[in-house]
Each structure stands twice: as structure tokens, then as C-alpha cells.
Design a protein around this ligand. Structure first.
Ligand code: GDP
Ligand code: MG
Length: 198
């Protein structure tokens, strides 16, 4: 599919024509994205059926996942499509940012069209990219856009949490102060926390 070639092109700006089977390789790159330094840790995996027991750990607890297929054979997209369900299971149905990547667009005969890939990505809520690891087309964009998505979702979650905390604080503000009466403390039936009830 070109998974290792995509990672090697992104990290080392190099392409090797030979095929070296992967079991599990780790890469690290310090990149600058939107003016900010980011440490990118990449786990390159095999993806073939012999390593099914490792797949769960590959898919679980990651900030983002790249699923890659090659545009040269019809069944490659179908093979990769089944991984969306597995990723959902491995993450107990908590959404993980995913990029679906169509590689080898440098070859002249595309058996899988861009539209077919885009449709699978859309159905599964994933980003979609086309690239050529060989000619270094579209590689950096995959990593940058995916990392920006991770950051955006993190900020959204943090803001939601802040909003929740703020609501909680507001909720704890005195509402009906009865002059001369001391407020009681107890478990709040709205926020469920220790809270002063007036
Ligand atoms: N033409 C072409 N060949 C590629 C491209 N990316 C990878 N390959 C070749 O496809 C084969 C498999 O690549 P590899 O990165 O090892 O695939 P992996 O098994 O998914 O990690 C190798 O022979 C690569 O040289 C590409 O963008 N274009
Ligand atoms: Mg590989």
C-alpha cells in the first residue's frame, strides 16, 4: 500500500523503491505546524492478516490514525474499509481523528477513483487525501491537516470542560439568600457535587 514509504517520505524526505516488510516501527519528527513546534510520534504497522493480535493495540489510545490504500487494485479500498469498524471497537466507540489516504497516484492506471475514496471517508467521518510517496506529492499535507484536526478537537473538548466548570461555579452561587439564615451544605441534585444549597 505504501504505508512505510509515506512515513519515510514525511520523516526523512526519501523514497526507497525496494519493499521491506514491516512488523512495527516507531518514528519521531519535530515539525512546525502553524508556527508551533510539534513532536510527532508515528507507529508504522504491518496491516497484513498475520498480525491480527497486535492490531487492537495499534488502534487503541492513539491521537490519530492514518489508513492507507493504493489506487492500483480494486479490492485495496475494500480491505481498508473494514478497519473503521475495528478502530471504533478498539476505542470503545470514542471518536479518533482518521485520515483515509489514497497512495501511488503517480502510476498512470488508477483502478480506484478519487470519488470512491472520498465516499468511504465521508461515510466514516474521516479526512481524505491523495498522495504519492514516490514523488512526494501530498505527504506533508496529510500529517499537518490531521494534526490540526487533533488540536482543534482537543481545544473543543477543553472549552466544553471549562464551560461545564463555569456552569458548576455559577450553580454554586447563592440564589435565594434568606437574611439571618446560614446556608446548608450537601450534595447538589443538579451537578451531583458537594455544593452549597440555599
Ligand atoms: N509507484 C509508487 N510506488 C510506491 C509508492 N509508495 C510505495 N511504493 C512502492 O510500493 C511498495 C510497498 O511500499 P511500502 O511502503 O513498503 O508499503 P507498506 O507495506 O504498506 O508499508 C514498495 O515497493 C514501494 O517502493 C508510490 O507512491 N508510488
Ligand atoms: Mg511497511
Amino acid at each position: 500500500m505504501g504505508k512505510s514509504s509515506i512515513v519515510v517520505q514525511y520523516v526523512y524526505k526519501t523514497f526507497y523503491d525496494s519493499y521491506l516488510p514491516t512488523i512495527e516501527d516507531q518514528y519521531k519528527k519535530i515539525d512546525t505546524i502553524q508556527g508551533e513546534q510539534v513532536e510527532v510520534n508515528i507507529l508504522d504497522t504491518s496491516g497484513v492478516d498475520e498480525f491480527i493480535p497486535l492490531r487492537h493495540s495499534w488502534m487503541a489510545n492513539k491521537d490519530a490514525i492514518i489508513l492507507c490504500y493504493s489506487v492500483e487494485k480494486e479490492n485495496y479500498l475494500k480491505e481498508v474499509e473494514k478497519f473503521f469498524q475495528e478502530i471504533a471497537f478498539a476505542n470503545q466507540f470514542n471518536a479518533v481523528p482518521i485520515a483515509l489516504v489514497a497512495n501511488k497516484i503517480d502510476i498512470t492506471k488508477h483502478v480506484i477513483s478519487r470519488e470512491e475514496g472520498e465516499e468511504v471517508a465521508r461515510k466514516n467521518g474521516a479526512l481524505f487525501f491523495e498522495c504519492s510517496a514516490k514523488n512526494n506529492i501530498g505527504i506533508v499535507k496529510i500529517f499537518h491537516e490531521l494534526i490540526m484536526k487533533v488540536k482543534a478537537e482537543r481545544t473543543k473538548k477543553e472549552n466544553e470542560l471549562k464551560e461545564k466548570r463555569l456552569q458548576n461555579q455559577l450553580h454554586q452561587q447563592p440564589q435565594n439568600i434568606i437574611p439571618g439564615k446560614k446556608p446548608d451544605a450537601g450534595l447538589c441534585n443538579v451537578c451531583g457535587l458537594e455544593c452549597t444549597i440555599f
